[in-house]
Design a protein around this ligand. Structure first.
Ligand SMILES: [Zn+2]
Length: 261
């Protein structure tokens, strides 16, 4: 999509305007300034150096989050209603994209990645985790290429959320080091807890005796898959595990259904 560049001429108001002469454009009082574009409330800042086309990609992407699926819709509204906004960049980096809990910045490594809603949803879930876990997820990040304890908890929670939202294209155990038996067992569990992809688990660790029992059953499977995931040979998300309560997963799925208004 081609975006129009909007330019304002700042010119002195006296008659015989020197700025009327194109030869004076860009000099003295005839500077061309770009007006502030109306940014979506989710966007705090667009990185310096983005082309107009890249700014348009990001704005379209942010617009799509509003109704891509019930999960992105809920997370988008949650952030905007709580006055949370983020920086958006397109620049070289790791993988297709990253979310930094330290700077609250999404970085996409190509224009294609910035426009790919599957990639964007992945990073958006990381931002929701940062918002849902007490103290944020920065404490579970990678420092000097060493993942802190809890890094695997965050990545596994993200993968499970993704696999429930995008039922039918699971990723958690798609690593080459995982066995087919592990994949099958994980898929069966996802199938069970989502009623074949038609619902999301509703979990209440502080609810009635029945609800607490259901939560404990869910968590015992969840933690056993977390351990298996963490032990997959070559898993780059491996770290010491903290068996954190999956607070982002619980919060998101308690608030959404497969279909949303
Ligand atoms: Zn990730």
């Amino acid at each position: 999509m081609i975006s129009e560049t909007i330019v304002d001429m700042i010119c002195p108001s006296d008659p015989g305007d020197p700025c009327a002469d194109p030869a004076n454009f860009g000099t003295g009082d005839c500077e061309i300034v770009e007006p502030e574009i109306d940014l979506d409330p989710l966007i705090k800042n667009l990185c310096d150096g983005l082309s107009e086309a890249q700014k348009t990609i990001i704005q379209n992407t942010v617009n799509s989050l509003k109704d891509y699926d019930c999960a992105t819709k809920y997370m988008y509204n949650h952030f905007v209603n709580n006055n949370k906004s983020f920086n958006f960049c397109i620049s070289p980096g790791q993988g297709s994209g990253t979310y930094s809990p330290t700077t609250k910045t999404f970085n996409f490594t190509s224009d294609v990645a910035a426009g790919n809603m599957y990639v964007v949803e992945h990073e958006f879930i990381h931002a929701f985790q940062d918002d849902s876990h007490p103290g944020g997820t920065g404490q579970y990040g990678i420092i000097n290429s060493n993942p802190n304890a809890g890094f695997v908890d965050i990545e596994f929670e993200q993968a499970v959320m993704n696999d429930m939202i995008n039922y039918g294209s699971t990723i958690a155990f798609d690593l080459s080091g995982a066995t087919q038996a592990q994949r099958d067992a994980y898929l069966l569990w996802i199938k069970q807890v989502t009623t074949n992809g038609t619902s999301y688990p509703k979990l209440n660790p502080n609810g009635t005796a029945t609800e607490i029992a259901a939560y404990n059953t869910f968590m015992s499977s969840y933690n056993s898959f977390l351990s298996a995931y963490n032990a997959i040979p070559g898993n780059t998300n491996h770290s010491a595990a903290l068996n954190l309560s999956p607070q982002a997963l619980i919060k998101l799925f308690n608030n959404i259904n497969k279909n949303c208004p």
